[in-house]
Design a protein around this ligand. Sequence first.
Ligand code: ACO
Length: 377
Amino acid sequence: MSPSVFDPGLESITVAETELSDVDGEAGEIVVRGYPIEELAANATYEESVALLLDGDLPTADRLATIQPTLVDYRAIDDAVRALLDAAAGVGVAPMDALRMGVAAASLGTDADDSREAAKRVVAVVPTIVAAYWRYRQDESPVAPDPELSHAANYLYMLTGERPSDDAVRGIETYLTTVIDHGLNASTFTARTVVSTESDLVSAATAAVGALKGPLHGGAPGPVLDMLQSVHDSGDPEGYVRDRLDAGERLMGFGHRVYRVRDPRAAVLSAAARQFYAGTDDDGFYDTVEAFESVALDALADHKPDHRLATNVEFYTAALLHGVGIPRDLFTATFAIGRAGGWMAHCLEQLADNRLIRPVSTYVGETDRTWTPVDKR
Ligand code: ACO
C-alpha cells in the first residue's frame, strides 16, 4: 500500500468518479450531466432536474408522466412524523434540527431496502417536513400537499396555504435546480460515506442534513439577508463594508473555497432575482442588493488584492428566497430541499460501484504509557 497523503480538508484527494456534476473553480462553470447550470436552471422544472440526475438523461414526456405521480405519492408524512414536528416546534427546535429529525423519521413504514424508491421518497418528502414544521412553529395546522401542484409550487403552497404566483414558482424552481448538485461538497460526501457502509438512503439523507446546516456550508444565506437589510435601512453600503472589514470581519456572500471568479450560481440567481423583483413593489430593496455587491467587490479587491474574492451563491440566494417569500429561518432548509436530489443521485451512484469510504489518520498522541491504578492517578 502506498504511503497516505496528509490533507485535512481532503482538497487534493479524489474519492469518487461521478457523472453527475462538474465544478470548474477557475473558469466559474458548473455542468450537470453535461448541461451548463445556466441552461438547466432557466428551463427545467425541479422534477425534470431530479429525473436527469437519477436517470442520466432529460426525461421524455412518458418518463415524466411516471416520475411526477410517484413524487406526488411520496409527499405525504404520517401522523407520527407530524406529532414529532409539532413537539419540536413547541420547544423551539431550530429548523434544520427539526428537518434532520423529520428526515430520520421518514423511513417509518417504508421499504428502506429499495434504494431507488427511497431516493424518490426522500426528495419528495423533504418540503413536506419543512413546511409542516414551519406551520406548527407559527401555531398553524400543516397544509396537506396538493397533488395538482409541482414540487416547487407545492412547497410554497404548504408554507402559506395559498396558491403561489407563477413568478414566485419560477423563482423557487430556478433556485432548487441551481443548487441541486455541486460536486463532492461536504453534505454530499457525507451521504456517500454513509451508503458506502451499505447503510440506507434515509440514513444518508439524515447525516447530509446535519452536514449542510453548518455555517461553512449551507448556513450563510440568513446572515447575508441580515446584512442586506441593514444596508437597505441605513442607505450606506460603503460605511457598512468599511466598518466590517476594518473590524476584521468577513462579508457574507463573498469568497469561496473552489471559485476564484464569480460563482456561476450567483449569475443564475441574480438574473432570477432581478426578474422577480421587477414584477414587485420592493421599496428599492433589489437596487440595494446590486449596489451593495458592487461596493463590496471594490472594497474586497482593495482589502485582499491577492485573493480574488468574488460573489458566491449565498449572496443572491438570500435576495431571491427573501423575494419569493421564504422566511429567513428556512433558507438553509430550502437549500436542503434542492440539494436532496443531488444527495440521492450520489448515493445511487456510490452504490452502483461501491467501495467502503474509510480514510486513515496519523496517530500523534502519547506513546509508551503504562497502567496506573485509579488511587495512584
Ligand atoms: N470577506 C472578507 N475577507 C475574506 C472573505 C470575505 N467574505 N473571504 C475570505 N476572506 C479573506 C480571509 O480573511 C483570508 O485572509 P487572510 O489570508 O489574510 O487570512 C483570505 O481572504 C482567504 O480566506 P480563506 O478562509 O483561506 O478562504 P477559503 O477559500 O478557505 O474560504 C469561505 C472560503 C469560507 C467561503 C470564505 O470566503 C468566507 O468565510 N466567506 C464568507 C462566508 C460565506 O459567504 N459563506 C458561504 C460560502 S458559499 C457555500 O459554501 C455554499
